[in-house]
Write a protein that binds this ligand. Sequence first.
Ligand SMILES: [Zn+2]
Length: 391
Amino acid sequence: MHSDGYIGVMSETPLDLVVRGGTVINPASGLHREADVAVLGGRVVAIGDGFRDVPARRTIDAMGCLVVPGLIDLHAHVYASVTPLSVDPDPLAARSGTSTHVDAGSAGAATFDGFRRFIVAESRSRVLAFLNISVIGLAAMPECGYGRFVDANECLRVAEANRDVIVGIKIRASRNAIGEDNTAEPVRHAVAVARAAGMPVMMHLGDPPPTFEDGLAQLRAGDIVTHAWKGQPITRLVERDGSVKPEVRAARDRGVLFDIGHGSGSFNWGVAKQLASHDFWPDTISTDVHTASIRPPVSIDMPSAMTRLWHLGMALDDVVAAATSRPAGAIGWGDRIGSLAPGQLADIAILEVSHDPVTITDSYGVAERVERSLVARTTIVGGAVLERAPA
Ligand SMILES: [Zn+2]
C-alpha cells in the first residue's frame, strides 16, 4: 500500500472522483507509474493505490491511458465574438484535455472588462490572460496603431486590478502589429509594464520591424518568446547552417523561455528538426489556437502540438512538463495548477496513445508521417468532467 497524500481522515467521507488505473505522469514530482488519483472538494487529495476501498461518487477507468495534469495552453485566442480570430474555450477544452487556456493578448486594457465578464466568468474551463500592450487588444490590426494604441499606464492599471486573471503582458513584435514606420519601442513599453507589475512579457516573433535581435534583446529571465519554431529565414532561431543563433543561446542562458505557439504560421518541421539535432527543445508547448489554425490542414490542439515534439525526440515526460508544470510555473500558477500533487486544483487530462500512423502538416504545408500520437479522452477541471458537445 502506498499513497502520496493523506487519506486517513477521509475514509468515512466518499471521494468525489477517482481516476483509476492509468499511468500517471506528474513531472512536478517526477512520478511516472500506474496509480489512482483521488479528488475531493475540487482538489487532488491523494495519488497512489492506498484508497481502493474508499467509496467514490464517480470513478473513471483510465486503464491503458496516461493521466497527466490538465493541459495548460499558454498561447490561445478565446475572446470569441469580440476578436475575429478567437474560438470558444469550453468545447475546445472538453475535446483536447486542456483545462486552462491562457489567452495571448486578445484583450487590451480597453476591452478586458468584457473578456472578464463574458469569457472568464462564463467558461467552465479555466481562462487566464496575457494583456495586450495595445489598449484594443486584437480587435483590429495593426493593434498598436503605429504606437497610438500603446498605453503603458492603462495596461499597468488594468493588469494590477485583475491579477487573479492577468498573468503577463503580450506584445506582437511584428510589422503587422506595430506598423511599418515603428521600432522595438512597443516591446520596451510591454517590458516596462511587465517589470512594474512583476509579470512576464510574452513576445510574439513576427516579421520585422522590429528585428529579431532588437526584440529578443529586451527580454529578461521569465519572459517568453512565442512562435519560436517558425521557418521564416529572418526570424527563425537557427542560422543558415542550421546551428542555433548565439542570441538565442544567450537569451536561454539568461532565463528567457521559448514557446511553440504553433498557429497557422509558426511551426516548421525543418527548423524543428534542426533545433532537435542541437537538443534545443521548447520550454513550453502551446497552440496559438484560433479560427484558422484549429481547422485542417493544421488542425492544432494541445495533444497534437505535444505529439509533434514527441515525434521529434523530446522525451515524453518533458513533453508533458512543457504542457503542464512549466507553463504553470511561467505564469506563477505552479502552486495551483500544472501538477497532480495533493492540494492542487483537480485539473486532470486523460490521454490515449494511438499507434495508428497519421500525417501531420506543419504551418508551411509540409506533411510528416507520425507513428504515434497523443489523443485526448477526458478533460477534468476542478474535479468536474467537461462533457463533450455531441459530434
Ligand atoms: Zn497568437
